[in-house]
Design a protein around this ligand. Sequence first.
Ligand SMILES: NC(=O)c1ccc[n+]([C@@H]2O[C@H](COP(=O)([O-])OP(=O)(O)OC[C@H]3O[C@@H](n4cnc5c(N)ncnc54)[C@H](OP(=O)(O)O)[C@@H]3O)[C@@H](O)[C@H]2O)c1
Length: 248
Amino acid sequence: MNAEEVGTNGRVALVTGASRGIGAGIARQLLDRGLRVAGTYRSGGELVGKLAADAPGRVLPVAFDLAAPDTAEALVEQVAGHWGRLDSLVLNAAVWQGGKLVRADPGDWWRVIEENLRSTAALVRAAIPWLAEGVNPSVVLVGSAVGTVGFPGDTAYASVKAAAVGFARSLAKELAPQGVRVNVLAPGFVETDMTAAIPEGARQKIADATVLGRFGTVEEIARAAVFLAEDATFCTGAVLAADGGWTL
Ligand SMILES: NC(=O)c1ccc[n+]([C@@H]2O[C@H](COP(=O)([O-])OP(=O)(O)OC[C@H]3O[C@@H](n4cnc5c(N)ncnc54)[C@H](OP(=O)(O)O)[C@@H]3O)[C@@H](O)[C@H]2O)c1
């Protein structure tokens, strides 16, 4: 079944971290395609509310904190219960904290691992029964090029992003019998709040090391995520690099 045959009317996506950056871009593009979108926020509820104003009746803003994975099941039930279905799960929100391992506070280091991985597993687990009943169902994990090639000061974050690949590939095999695809998007450096604090000199070095010579935009990364979620009906367990060639 290709994406046109599947259609989008009435289908429901849950996008985490939809208040800003890449998640907001993904939510907007899914709405443009006619899906209904539940967008999670931690502090930016009013920003998800803006999306809702642009697509009346098709956006459900929902609070979710990665630090509270025990609330994942209630979140999924709230979303799927609201619309009676859940077809697509885009796990985009992430906790980032940098710092060289030698100086890292062990508590902070493990917090990055735990909050990201626990919430991922809990959300997916809660969503599986709904996705199994969905149309063109899929899970997209937003990983990172850093999970493949590493970055100084990012041992915890890069571990999470590398784990996303093993998680997705195993899950792809587990859920294939139910027709649920599972893929990873691995962006390079993108213009968002997450990268805003990178000093100018370092930004230039990263741009120079990127084959396309620049950071990516939210719209470009969102297009790649929506491709995996909606169009890539013969892709599962795939890792799509959207990094301008930074990892080449
Ligand atoms: N930007 C890059 O260069 C880049 C590169 C590779 C991969 N990525 C990945 O792309 C994804 C999105 O990144 P971004 O750059 O768009 O980030 P961003 O602009 O900093 O936005 C982060 C989003 O995640 C939410 N969030 C942050 N901490 C959270 C928490 N503890 N619990 C729940 N939600 C939380 C934020 O919600 P509130 O605003 O409501 O708090 C916001 O919606 C992440 O998985 C990131 O690792 C980014």
